[in-house]
Design a protein around this ligand. Structure first.
Ligand SMILES: Cc1cc2nc3c(=O)[nH]c(=O)nc-3n(C[C@H](O)[C@H](O)[C@H](O)COP(=O)(O)OP(=O)(O)OC[C@H]3O[C@@H](n4cnc5c(N)ncnc54)[C@H](O)[C@@H]3O)c2cc1C
Ligand code: FES
Length: 272
């Protein structure tokens, strides 16, 4: 992982309160980035106000740049939203473990990616990495849910992925795009058709809880990418800990640091 000040090389407004930053990468940053990893970002003076950098998924990267997509929810994200092209930004990363893409995924018939709201930034990192390697996505589903059509960011870019074989389904709370309902309804349906699937999911905690239940019911494996609040991002403050089932003794509980041991965990280990 690297700690450096870098330059914003592009800024794009995606909605009223969601924007994308392309940031110059240092050293070997892009070689060690993998889908699901994240960075801690702050404006140059963020070590004073707010005190801490904030975590954001690395959504896409090239040879010497990476992109993050940020929703403005409070002080840190609002401060970042004021930075324009050419401004300096403090970066710490890539951090975390990322999705287990080198694990048994290929032994499974189908990969189902489940994204809720801003969870798409993390899930899309898997898809963009595949597009950029020209890797076919036959047998890969993206189930993408959001409050409404305008919150379904990246939809055009992801729809282009039809050419790679990606099967995209959307669902919204208000029915303004795709079916009306929750993304876990799409997951239940797809798992009935494809019971041998591997599942990666990222989104708000209530959605992840519900994904976990659907996986349990269908006796299916999956991984959840957690977005707990973080302070340091590298394992020293214990600000991000999550209760987990102890795999050595299933009757006991342990804690895991989401920043260094995650953010991606086997779904059945997480205790919400
Ligand atoms: C590994 C990881 C990856 C993330 N990736 C992205 C991403 O790609 N894009 C993105 O927009 N956001 C992402 N987030 C969430 C992002 O870090 C928070 O929205 C951000 O830290 C909020 O900082 P703030 O100073 O703007 O808000 P604050 O002033 O700190 O908080 C404002 C409000 O948001 C709530 N809040 C803050 N952090 C979180 C959180 N982690 N989960 C739920 N509620 C929270 C607070 O409770 C408060 O109500 C990610 C978080 C993690 C841990
Ligand atoms: S954020 Fe400090 S230990 Fe995880």
């Amino acid at each position: 992982m690297y700690l450096f000040n870098s330059e914003i090389v592009n800024k794009e407004k995606l909605t009223q309160n969601i924007f994308r930053l392309r940031i110059k990468a240092a050293n070997d940053f892009c070689r060690v980035a993998t889908p699901g990893k994240f960075v801690m970002l702050g404006s140059d003076d963020s070590l004073f106000d707010p005190l801490l950098r904030r975590p954001f998924g690395i959504c896409r990267w090239g040879t010497d740049w990476f992109e993050v997509i940020i929703k403005i929810v409070g002080k840190g994200s609002s401060q970042l939203s004021k930075l324009e092209k050419g401004a300096s930004v403090a970066v710490h990363g890539p951090l975390g473990n990322g999705y287990p893409i080198n694990k048994p995924e290929n032994e499974q018939n189908t990969l189902i990616l489940v994204a809720g709201g801003m969870g798409i930034a993390s899930i899309a990192s898997y898809l963009f990495a595949a597009f950029d390697r020209k890797q076919p996505l036959i047998g890969t589903f993206l189930l993408y849910g959001a409050a409404n059509y305008s919150e379904l960011i990246l939809l055009n870019e992801l729809t282009d992925a039809d050419a790679f074989g990606l099967q995209l389904q959307t669902i919204t709370d208000d029915g303004s795009c795709g079916r009306q309902g929750l993304v876990t309804q799409l997951l239940s349906h797809e798992l009935q058709n494809n019971p041998q699937s591997q599942v990666f999911a990222c989104g708000p905690e209530p959605m992840l809880k519900s994904v976990q239940k659907v996986l349990q019911k269908n006796e299916c494996d999956g991984f959840l990418s957690l977005e707990n609040r973080m302070a340091c991002g590298f394992g020293v403050c214990l600000g991000c800990v999550q209760s987990m089932i102890n795999e050595d003794d299933e009757t006991s509980v342990k804690t895991a640091k989401v920043c260094t041991q995650g953010p991606v965990f086997p779904a059945q280990q997480v205790i919400f």
